[in-house]
Design a protein around this ligand. Structure first.
Ligand SMILES: [Zn+2]
Length: 357
């Protein structure tokens, strides 16, 4: 079997994954890599989270803001914070113009059931389209736009409302940093977004009414909005109000396999038929996965599920089974999306390296 068509015997990463190699047993270098430091215990993580929540509770009109989409992770964040900490939550939803109906319905049912106020921010569509087209032309992907605009819009809104802590569901568990910044295939990095944005679009971004320039300028210096956590003090230097983003999976056991059942029972959460439970909140997700498989020979799901196997949260068989739903063909929506942006298939850069942080 050639290196390219090989698949790790422990996780499911293929030989096309950037920087991968295999040992004689067919185990990949990511599975063999030593784990850095000792993983904190559940008690240590819980006491950290308690501290963050204590610092934010009762400090503004709401105790915390939670980024909500109606997908399973963000729904679980809201559910968990209500159940475990009884917080006064403001749900903040980013409408990128491509929300799925089922996700919106989930979100509305959830906020009603949990008694959460909700604000939806829908930035100017013409500007968003400009950003998507720019990144497709330059980098061959468009997901970095929402990955970063989500933070910038929510951060700007929280700044205006003097809210301290924003909870997000990105990543899978306390090890999520390892997952998000895999070399070459990640588009969540903030430096990558700003490096490729260019001065004209940056100026246009700052002039958007939903955007606070102060927030943009301060996040431009970060690798990750998580670095601005309220317990570090770092954020307080750049703002009169500390604006921390907390990824709840960094602090809480994040059992993705059990989540749909828990949410279904507690808040009537639903997932679409004939698909897995990941990321159906955005109708562009199949196009993103398609571009990724074309560029790198694997999907985000494969990377994420490989991490879950290593963490003992998914079996290799379950992960291989999920691969049957992988988006290997061009989705019908892709062509429509390009048309809406005024692009042809040939305009999409197929060569650019995605983020290396
Ligand atoms: Zn592996």
């Amino acid at each position: 079997m050639s290196e390219e068509t090989k698949r790790c015997k422990k996780c499911i990463l293929p030989g096309s994954y950037p920087g991968i190699h295999f040992d004689e047993q067919g185990i990949c270098s990511y599975c063999l890599a030593p784990v850095e430091g000792d993983r904190p215990t559940e008690e240590e993580l819980k006491s950290k989270l308690d501290k963050i929540i204590q610092a934010s509770r009762g400090k503004g009109k709401y105790d915390v803001a939670v980024g909500l989409s109606g997908g399973k992770d963000s729904s679980y964040v809201a559910y968990f914070l209500r159940k475990e900490y009884d917080l006064k939550i403001l749900g903040v939803n980013f409408d990128n113009g491509y929300r799925s109906e089922i996700a919106v319905r989930n979100m509305e049912t959830l906020v009603d059931k949990l008694g959460i106020d909700l604000v939806t921010i829908r930035p100017n569509k013409k500007f968003m389209k400009k950003l998507y087209a720019h990144f497709l032309r330059k980098q061959g992907e468009f997901c970095s736009v929402c990955n970063n605009m989500g933070y910038l819009l929510m951060g700007s809104y929280m700044y205006g409302q003097k809210l301290l802590a924003g909870f997000m569901p990105l990543g899978v568990g306390g090890w999520s940093k390892k997952y998000e910044y895999q070399p070459g295939v990640s588009v969540t990095s903030m430096p990558y977004f700003f490096r490729n944005l260019g001065p004209e679009l940056l100026a246009e971004l700052i002039s958007q009414p939903f955007i606070e320039e102060k927030v943009v300028r301060s996040y431009m210096r970060l690798n990750d909005p998580r670095q601005a956590q309220i317990d570090t003090g770092e954020q307080k230097e750049s703002h009169e109000h500390a604006l921390g983003f907390i990824q709840l999976p960094d602090y809480v056991h994040w059992d993705l396999m059990k989540m749909p059942q828990i949410l279904k029972k507690a808040v009537g959460w639903q997932q679409p038929p004939n698909t897995h439970d990941s990321h159906f909140d955005c109708t562009l997700f199949p196009s993103k996965e398609y571009l990724k498989i074309k560029r790198y020979g694997l999907t985000q799901e494969t990377i994420k599920n490989s991490v879950l196997i290593r963490e003992g949260l998914m079996t290799r068989e379950e992960a291989l089974d999920r691969m049957k739903l992988e988006q290997t063909e061009e989705p019908a929506d892709y062509q429509l999306f390009l048309k809406e942006l005024g692009l042809s298939r040939e305009d999409v850069n197929q060569e650019a390296e995605w983020s290396t942080r």
